[in-house]
Design a protein. Structure first.
Length: 319
């Protein structure tokens, strides 16, 4: 028998995929919930484009790296929001790519100012398993180890319901990989994931100081984990706080936003830039092998309007 030693992260990668890592994990998920819930599309008055980069378990070796790009907006003509999402997730020998497009139908605004929406997204998911193995003995002699790169793709569906009252609260429930379409060439079936999210804003000093709370619970019905975040927003410009993922990490978070508004006789515009950073301090057994996880979030939201010119007529006798 050939004794083959695969690197630690390769083993971790396959374990993570089997239990929970088929969907990427983000500490700053609350900055853009549309990534987990298509029902959240179009809930802002602005068109938003956001990106997240996460380097997980730094220094572990072939550590997971995830890049995510989201875009969503509300379209009056179809009474709802649309979204587009793409991500790349590299974990050891495995690479996952996903393209997602969705629509969220918005019900009429409730009497308390909240809006309820129901969303559906179609996803194209691709998984590739490489063959760049690390071993002590020649791994090519072991028939149990794949010697060729293999890849497979599948289509699936995400569903979500979302309610939000701007400046007050939000809540949502969603499911990803609803159809659990099998990746035939790899004999891997993605697990259905359920997400329950909610948050509330407490005005400590009007809009000058706001305490924001966010909770996300996720499960694939075999394993479950929760994300709890508390942060304080100062003067609608800067925020700082902490996230806690029981049994996994404690993460300080901080960010900055800058809003620009302008208006003249023919047009008006609103633009908001946001930049956030979090550092996960690992509390699980992996703390002996990694130096934590870094995550950067950036977004640009905008709205440009043209003001129709008003036709004015006057009589020259009364100038």
């Amino acid at each position: 028998m050939i004794r083959t030693s695969i690197s630690l992260l390769c083993a971790l990668g396959f374990v993570a995929v089997s239990v929970a890592q088929q969907d990427p994990q983000y500490t700053q998920w609350f900055m853009d919930p549309v990534g987990f819930n298509p029902g959240a599309a179009g809930h802002s008055e602005l068109t938003c484009i956001s990106g997240t980069y996460r380097n997980q378990w730094q220094d572990l070796g072939a550590d997971p790296n995830t890049s995510l790009l989201n875009a969503n907006t509300f379209i009056d003509a179809i009474k709802g929001g649309v979204m587009l999402s793409v991500y790349n997730d590299a974990l050891g020998q495995e690479t996952n790519n996903m393209l997602k497009a969705g629509y969220a139908f918005h019900l009429p605004t409730l009497s308390n100012g909240a809006t309820v929406s129901a969303g559906l997204a179609v996803t194209m998911f691709n998984k590739t398993i490489g063959n760049n193995w690390v071993s002590i003995d020649p791994w090519q002699d072991d028939p149990a180890i794949p010697n060729q790169q293999s890849s497979a793709s599948a289509y699936d569906v995400d569903l979500g319901i979302y309610i939000r009252k701007p400046g007050s609260f939000y809540a949502g429930v969603s499911a990803t990989h609803v159809a659990q379409t099998e990746l035939g060439a790899l004999s891997i079936q993605p697990k259905r994931h359920l997400y329950f999210m909610g948050g509330y804003d407490y005005a400590i000093d009007s809009d000058y100081l706001v305490l924001r709370t966010n909770v996300l619970a996720k499960t694939d019905l075999n394993a479950s984990i929760a994300d709890v975040n508390v942060n304080v927003l100062w003067n609608q410009m800067a925020w700082a706080g902490v996230s806690w993922r029981p049994g996994d990490a404690v993460a300080p978070v901080a960010g900055f936003q800058y809003k620009m508004e302008s208006k003249d006789r023919t047009s008006e515009s609103t633009q908001v830039f946001r930049l956030g950073y979090s550092y996960d301090i690992t509390t699980s057994d992996l703390q002996n092998y990694s130096n934590g996880s870094h995550e950067v979030f950036i977004s640009y939201c905008f709205k440009f309007l043209q003001i129709p010119m008003t036709q004015r007529h006057s009589n020259p006798r009364f100038l």
